[in-house]
Design a protein around this ligand. Structure first.
Ligand code: CP3
Length: 338
């Protein structure tokens, strides 16, 4: 698989490409499927999740599929109610030690079996040359949602708890790592060829706190799921201030957001890394010629690293014209041809 070869730093015939949130609302066929069931029902029904995963694979020449689910699905299995409006909302957020003690560690097969079944169905239907990616939210990002009760502008509830009671906060991160590591391993057993940890909110932290809280929690998951030939990708949204310590995450691939110049990221990380990224999703709202030029520039920059997987620097915007995705995927494969 071209995608797996690139993740492991092996030679490839061209740069592989997939896109964060490639299964989603910018696709009319997704909106049609979604009109018949709510988002959580789609996540919990293997046939629907598998169909949503495969939709972008039929339309575009993507090198990998990512399983249709959400980072908050295992949090629900820990005993917290979650709603999607469509942004995530927790009616009863975590306020302290007692709430953390009440969280349960789910059993992947018993409590999250519907995701594993969706993975099996997708792997059976997918072209053998295309990879299937499993994923989780990294512990810090999940803790952010659980303590804030949703998104936030400044994350003061979360940071308040982190500084007031670092021991309780570390317990929360440890409980999340104990939930996520076996769940991710089960995803690999069910057919995922690679896995990604999304640390969407880690970029909110001072570098010292990133190194103290978010990074070791992610590393503890990565160390437990490492397996021969199954790459682990760690995506930190807003990674620029932490590039000097990111390698110690032990991930095979580092996902880079769009706020960093990819050449600079590679220089700071070291040329023996494998990177993923990092076109600004907003470029897809502009003209085709510009998409092609900006994609080709990133492909060229990526050639300085040991390996490069093309992606957007964050999720695709729901107002994107699917035609822009076609232009992007073809431009990457053309520019990346060796
Ligand atoms: O990438 C994919 O195509 C696979 C599916 C996927 C979803 N969420 C589906 C989804 C993945 C990998 C995620 C990860 C996820 N979920 C992240 C990490 C990625 C990132 O953006 O940084 C985060 C932070 C979440 C939490 C979440 N779930 C948010 C913020 C939202 C609202 C999105 C919005 O634009 O309003 C969701 C809901 C969600 N997750 C949707 C989808 C397709 C939209 C739900 C709908 O159809 O109404």
């Amino acid at each position: 698989m071209r995608f797996i070869d690139a993740c492991l730093g092996r030679p490839v015939d061209t740069t592989p490409v997939w896109v964060m949130r490639q299964a989603g609302r910018y696709l009319p066929e997704y909106r049609e499927l979604r009109a018949q069931s709510d988002f959580l029902t789609m996540c919990r029904t293997p046939e629907l999740a598998a169909e949503a995963t495969l939709q972008p694979m039929r339309r575009f020449d993507l090198d990998a599929a990512i399983i249709f689910s959400d980072i908050l699905i295992p949090v629900e299995a820990m005993g917290m109610a979650v709603e999607f409006r469509p942004a995530p909302y927790f009616p009863a957020p975590i306020t302290g030690k007692e709430d953390i003690a009440r969280l349960v560690i789910p059993h992947p097969k018993r409590d999250l079996g519907f995701v594993l079944e969706a993975l099996r169905q997708v792997r059976a239907a997918l072209d053998p040359k295309k990879a299937l990616i499993g994923f989780v939210g990294a512990p810090f990002t999940l803790a952010a949602y659980m303590v804030e009760g949703g998104g936030s502008k400044d994350f003061m509830q979360l940071k308040g708890m982190m500084h007031r009671d670092p021991a309780a906060f570390s317990d929360l991160l440890a409980k999340l790592a104990d939930t996520i590591a076996p769940y991710l391993a089960a995803q690999i057993d069910a057919g995922a060829n690679a896995v990604q940890l999304f640390d969407t909110w880690a970029g909110q932290l001072a570098p010292e706190d990133f190194a103290k809280f978010a990074l070791p929690a992610a590393r503890s998951v990565i160390e437990r799921v490492r397996r021969e030939g199954v790459p682990v990708i760690y995506f930190v949204n807003g990674a620029a201030p932490y590039l000097d310590v990111l390698r110690s995450s032990k991930a095979d691939v580092l996902g880079i957001d769009f706020r960093v110049d990819l050449s600079q990221a590679i220089e700071r990380l070291g040329r023996d890394v494998v990177v993923q990224g990092n076109l600004d999703p907003a470029v897809l709202l502009g003209p085709a010629a510009q998409i092609e030029a900006r994609a080709a520039a990133i492909v060229e920059k990526g050639k300085a690293a040991k390996g490069h997987i093309f992606n957007l620097g964050h999720g695709i915007n729901k107002d994107t014209d699917p035609q822009a995705m076609s232009v992007l995927v073809d431009a990457v494969h053309k520019a990346g041809a060796r």
